[in-house]
Design a protein around this ligand. Structure first.
Ligand code: SF4
Length: 108
């Protein structure tokens, strides 16, 4: 077993051992910590995301959570290595990289 597995494995075992009630309680506490702003909009978005049926809400909800519900911060996020970066809601299109002239790869 590698060092990485030794660190990760206990958490995975704990997660697998969670009962349905424990999962419900963890989610209830998380939801209670979401700011009750904009007439509950953040909590409603989280509800849609956690339902597992709205991928767009999941992306938006994760970005809001990441930026502590400071929505304008999502637009100026600079974490280009984040897997959600290309999908975050910015209100603008992400510019595509300019097409480059491909150079032939030399083969031996
Ligand atoms: S794209 Fe930016 S705001 Fe969204 S989750 Fe990633 S780091 Fe956070």
């Amino acid at each position: 077993m590698s060092d990485h597995q030794e660190v990760i494995a206990p958490d995975q075992e704990e997660q697998a051992a969670l009962t349905r009630d424990e999962v419900f309680e963890i989610r209830r506490r998380h939801r209670a910590n979401i700011p009750d702003l904009h007439n509950g909009a953040y909590r409603r978005l989280w509800d849609r995301a956690i339902s597992g049926r709205d991928l767009r809400a999941a992306i938006r909800g994760k970005c809001q959570d990441c930026m502590a519900w400071q929505v304008p911060e999502i637009k100026i996020c600079t974490c280009v290595a984040c897997p959600l970066f290309p999908y975050r809601i910015t209100g603008r299109k992400i510019p595509r990289p300019a097409k480059s002239v491909s150079t032939p790869v030399e083969t031996p």
